[in-house]
Write a protein that binds this ligand. Structure first.
Ligand code: OAD
Length: 261
């Protein structure tokens, strides 16, 4: 057995996979908070990466706010249709699959995701809290109820309308300025403050309230692990920082748990 230092962070002592593995072996409850970075290796752009991020190319206030939708529903709808097409052409990557596999090695594992792509579920994760909704679903923009695309009424201007009230359908995702789904948020806080190991994976850790979950977890006594090739505001409070891609390091963690290395 080797004490295998797999990364180093400028503000952090040499981190060590071995100590993570020993915490995982004794953990009862594990939380994995994921962000756009976990889907990057599937080919889905992140939000804040300087060159390739969605917000480097598009203005969120023109696309991801209720005001933008009221101003130009067609523009917003088409942008989400483009993201849906992008998502249909992608598959889960090794990181998604490894998280689904990790659930078999600990008594309780929940994935809390800020992603709206549904790739965790596609990879086999069964307990997934979606904080920002799901790209595949639509809801009535007036009544806030989920409506199947097949049940929607086409409108004269080429969009879809609610079969009950006639208001436009919109994607069932959280936009800037909107509240997160209450049940999801309450459960996310409860899971975070009760867990033994908390992973923050592929998230820049700057969008609230998700960004607070690792801090609550740490304060409640969890062992905090960050997986991200870049430094984030979480790096300085993490117990272990793995400066690698999630699609590489998560399978390695599962392999080593399985081999009892
Ligand atoms: P960001 O785009 O802010 O951050 C993505 C993070 O993933 C960055 O810190 C990258 O360094 C990291 N990353 C990139 N490739 C990676 C890889 N292969 N493995 C691991 N990490 C990698 O995305 P989020 O933190 O998810 O909200 O953004 C949070 C929210 O901001 C999103 O849910 C979205 C956005 O505005 C809404 O739309 C409401």
């Amino acid at each position: 057995m080797t004490n295998h230092p797999i990364t180093q962070s400028p503000n952090h002592p040499i981190s060590n996979l071995q100590s993570l593995l020993s915490h995982l072996r004794s953990a009862q409850r594990v939380v994995a908070l994921t962000g756009a970075g976990v889907s990057a290796e599937s080919g889905i752009p992140t939000f804040r990466d300087a060159q390739t991020g969605l917000w480097a190319k598009y203005d969120p206030t023109q696309l991801a706010t209720p005001e933008a939708f009221a101003r130009n529903p067609r523009l917003v709808w088409d942008w989400y249709e483009w993201r849906r097409a992008l998502r249909r052409d992608t598959q889960p990557n090794a990181g998604h699959y490894a998280l689904a596999a990790l659930a078999k090695h600990v008594p309780h594992l929940v994935v809390i995701t800020q992603n709206i792509d549904g790739l965790h579920q596609l990879a086999g994760s069964t307990d997934v809290i979606e904080l920002h909704g799901n790209l595949q679903r639509n809801k009535c923009s007036r009544e806030n109820i989920v409506i199947d695309r097949a049940a929607a009424r086409p409108t004269a201007d080429g969009l879809l309308a609610c079969p009950h009230c006639g208001a436009y359908l919109r994607p069932d995702v959280v936009w800037f300025g909107e509240a997160l789904p209450r049940d999801a948020l309450e459960r996310a806080f409860a899971e975070s403050t009760q867990c033994d190991v908390f992973f923050a994976i592929g998230t820049s850790g700057v969008v609230e309230p998700a960004a607070s979950l690792p801090r609550y977890a740490k304060r409640a006594g969890a062992f905090l692990v960050e997986i991200n090739p870049e430094e984030t505001p979480l790096s300085t409070i993490a117990d272990v920082v793995l400066r690698r891609k999630s699609g590489e390091v998560l399978p390695e963690i599962v392999r080593r748990l399985e081999s009892r290395d």
